[in-house]
Design a protein around this ligand. Structure first.
Ligand code: AKB
Length: 329
């Protein structure tokens, strides 16, 4: 592989977040604005309405990442040097619309990487536990291992990891990425993932004291609370690139649990909470093909990854925040 320029240490001065109205983007954009200045972080959303604080606290625009000229214009207009590219369809919705998922996930990423090559930007790309498949070791899943996913989402994540590697090795673009587990948050809802139960359960527990879970009681998956997911993305992008042996993409996890274990933790705060199971065969099949617990030692060793939230800390914080949110209406 030929590399035409070496990777410089990118300073994040002008940042673009695609998919800024999504589950990660809504919080990452605000965290970046806090750290780098509100005017220096451009939020680009597409299909979802932005939350008022996202739209009002700094530059916001509409962008379909498949529109390469609009993307390039935006990068030129704001002199962007770093792109957090979050726009993507999630696993369950991608199974409903595989052609559209390919178009958005792959052509969107290609447009971002080409724009980054032409305008000398660094790129953050979120991969996922979905990049693994049934042939991957499910316990302590190694950083470098078999990746033969059976979902369209997973295929776009593996291809995305490889494409990011290619742009780094071939063109010197500073691409970096994480393999996120299921993400649990209380600001924007996730949109059509397999791990969404671990968010829905909190809203239903507080509102109705009961939840019908679409995954089976003992389906164990890696999970993470959103504050850790946000810190990880920013920390990885700030790390001196010379320290990184892996780039696309690092396994990271914070906890690993089943619906039964999550319910038991919620019951410590809400003793009357009940859980029943109404299995969705599509999402169950997807979950069964994913790792139960990833080995994230490469992330810990190469850039100091260390989560702050475990299961009990996350559950306490989620219940407090959701109760407050619902009480405000
Ligand atoms: C999904 O369930 O699709 C996502 C993911 C694990 O990538 N949350």
């Amino acid at each position: 592989m030929i590399c035409f320029r070496s990777v410089k240490g990118h300073k994040m001065k002008k940042i673009l977040v695609t998919g800024a109205t999504g589950q990660i983007g809504s919080e990452l954009t605000m965290a970046l604005r806090d750290q780098f200045g509100a005017d220096n972080v451009v939020a680009a959303g597409h299909s979802r309405q932005p939350l008022p604080n996202l739209q009002q606290s700094g530059p916001y625009c509409q962008l379909d990442v498949r529109d390469s000229s609009a993307l390039r214009q935006l990068v030129e207009d704001y002199q962007i040097d770093t792109i957090f590219h979050l726009a993507s369809l999630l696993s369950a919705v991608a199974e409903e619309k595989p052609q559209q998922a390919w178009d958005i996930n792959m052509n969107g990423l290609l447009n971002v990487l080409e724009t980054a090559r032409l305008h000398d930007c660094a790129v953050f790309f979120p991969s996922s536990i979905g990049a693994f498949g049934a042939g991957t070791p499910a316990i302590d899943t190694p950083q470098d291992t078999i990746q033969r996913p059976s979902t369209l989402y997973g295929i776009t994540k593996v291809a995305g990891e490889l494409l990011c590697d290619y742009y780094h090795q071939r063109f010197g673009v500073d691409t970096r990425g994480l393999r996120y587990p299921g993400l649990i948050s209380n600001i924007a809802l996730p949109g059509g993932g397999t791990t969404d139960y671990a968010v829905d359960i909190f809203y239903q527990a507080v509102k109705n004291g009961h939840y019908d879970c679409f995954l089976g009681a003992d389906t164990q998956l890696d999970m993470m609370y959103m504050p850790d997911a946000i810190d990880a993305a920013i920390q990885l992008m700030k790390t001196d690139g010379h320290k990184l042996h892996h780039r696309n993409a690092f396994n990271i996890t914070a906890m690993s649990f089943t619906p039964r274990q999550l319910a038991a933790e919620i019951q410590k705060h809400l003793p009357g909470f009940t859980l029943a199971y109404r299995i969705d065969p599509v999402r169950q099949t997807i979950a069964d093909s994913w790792p139960r617990h990833m080995d994230d030692s490469a992330a810990r060793a190469e850039w100091g990854w260390q989560p702050r939230f475990n299961l009990s800390k996350m559950v306490g914080d989620m219940l407090d925040k959701i109760a407050l949110k619902l009480s405000k209406g």
